[in-house]
Design a binder for this molecule. Structure first.
Ligand code: FO1
Length: 308
């Protein structure tokens, strides 16, 4: 079995390639971007994985359901509430149903299984934790706001002084996720944001120690090419955590827990010349990691499956 630690928009391309190429994969999904909105529980990363694997994702945006309409939001807007989070009408069915199941006492693990079954997916998508915790940005005046608010409502327009995982101390990795990690022959870190997609998973209490023990089978795929984020606010968030927003910062961040790191071929010269000697224990590998179409997604997945 291969287990992939994944976020949403930055991770789905590799997850989709791996799902096509491998019989037996499991996803451990980030949950720290989950939030309550209009009384509904929204789990963007879990949904991106489910929509992405079932061919329902709006691939251009990287989130939401393809060919969705936004009538609910238009009507909501006429009544006054803020409508900065674009919930589509089809997408809404997931949030309504999930919230109902939560209120009936089901766990997020059970609910996610319900949706993967409904969407006809033959893999386990395991939420990293059943306990709600969330990525919060610390902005001016030591104020904390949710990641979705920062990035979507405020369009990332103000300085971020820190990023914290609010309530993470109470979170535990689910038994299912822990067992999956132990039993996998390979653990892959998708090229998601290290701070807000993969970071919240590896910082669940107890998780780092578990991953250190499993280090030999951990492979990280870089979210950076030529020291720049492939997509999204990776560099802003790395800076906010006092991590150099470049290849060295990324390697440092994962060096305790990942034995192998896959970078783009474009970065081979820089890593071999300037970085490799500082990290003798890490196995650096190079491939074409920019997945701009489905063929490139499967090609990277094949490279990973045949080499690790
Ligand atoms: N991202 C945006 O940039 N703008 C949106 O309005 C937006 C709505 C949205 C609705 C459902 C969903 O599952 C995801 C959505 N996203 C939106 C993406 C999401 O906010 C982030 O990309 C992830 O949380 C980070 O992984």
């Amino acid at each position: 079995m291969i287990t992939i630690l994944a976020g949403g928009t930055g991770s789905i391309k590799l997850v989709r390639g791996m799902y096509k190429e491998s019989e037996n994969i499991t996803i451990i999904s980030n949950v720290a971007d989950n939030f309550w909105h209009y009384g509904l529980y929204i789990c963007p990363d879990i949904d991106t994985i489910i929509y992405g694997l079932s061919n329902n994702l709006d691939r251009k945006k990287g989130w939401g359901v393809k060919r969705d309409s936004f009538n609910f939001l238009k009507y909501m807007n006429t009544l006054g509430p803020e409508t900065w989070f674009n919930l589509g009408d089809k997408d809404l069915t997931t949030h309504v149903l999930r919230t109902q199941l939560l209120k009936e006492g089901k766990s997020l693990t059970e609910i996610t299984k319900f949706f993967t079954d409904k969407y006809g997916l033959s893999l386990l998508v395991a939420p990293a934790s059943d306990t709600h915790y969330e990525s919060n940005m610390v902005i001016e005046g030591n104020k904390r706001i949710h990641l979705q608010e920062y990035w979507i409502k405020y369009k990332g327009s103000m300085p971020v002084y820190d990023i914290i995982y609010n309530n993470i101390k109470k979170a535990r990795v689910t038994l299912q996720a822990q067992r999956t990690l132990e039993e996998s022959r390979l653990i892959l870190f998708a090229p998601g944001n290290p701070i807000t997609s993969i970071g919240p998973i590896i910082n669940i209490p107890g998780m780092k120690n578990l991953l250190k023990k499993l280090k030999n089978k951990i492979v990280m795929v870089s979210p950076l090419i030529s020291n720049r984020a492939v997509s999204g606010p990776c560099e802003i968030y790395m800076k906010a955590k006092n991590i150099s927003p470049n290849l060295r910062g990324l390697i440092d961040f994962y060096s305790e827990i990942a034995n192998t790191m896959i970078f783009d071929k474009l970065d081979e010269a820089e890593i071999e010349k300037k970085l490799r000697n500082d990290y003798p224990e890490i196995n650096f590998c190079y491939s074409n990691i920019l997945m701009t179409n489905l063929r490139k997604e499967t090609s990277l997945a094949r490279y990973i499956i045949s080499n690790f």
